[in-house]
Design a protein around this ligand. Sequence first.
Ligand code: HEC
Length: 151
Amino acid sequence: MLDAVFPANVVRILGGTGLLFALGCAALASAQESGHTTAGAAASDGEWTTSEQVERGAQLYEQRCSTCHGDAIVSDFASYPNAGLFFGFVSTAMPADAPGSLPHQQYADIIAYLLSANGMPVGSTELPPDQAILSEIKPSELDSGEGEQAP
Ligand code: HEC
């Protein structure tokens, strides 16, 4: 199987660990190529999230999070330096009674809802469960950023 993609000599040079690392990098690179390349500018320009996704996220939050947290996470979210950190934590540790049990897309939907609830304008593209993109989105800057467009 691998021979079809990697010539035998490359496989031999890279060795087991190196090959896995190379495969990981290739997968990451192609994921980024197929996604948006302008993640850095995405936080406040209305690119990420859609109103449908925010709606889905609100329902998921209601069903899966608010039972224990009420609305607390909506304000807690604003203190995270970036959404990637939040995603990393909740996708492995929450809900506390079934850690990591939601599909990653649903954690992204919940984040879309939390971003919207904290003042990020709804965009045109669904927020993906992608660390590279999420890490560029900074909840801690949303509050103060809200008034930036005022004259
Ligand atoms: C069964 C109860 C329960 C559910 C359901 C639950 N949590 Fe939690 N959560 C907890 C507890 C208890 C803690 C504190 C202990 C800890 O940090 O691990 C916590 C901590 C957190 C924290 C870190 C502390 C904070 O307040 O910022 C976040 C973020 C969080 N939860 C998000 C979520 C999200 C998002 C969901 C829905 C997917 C969720 N939780 C569902 C019980 C729950």
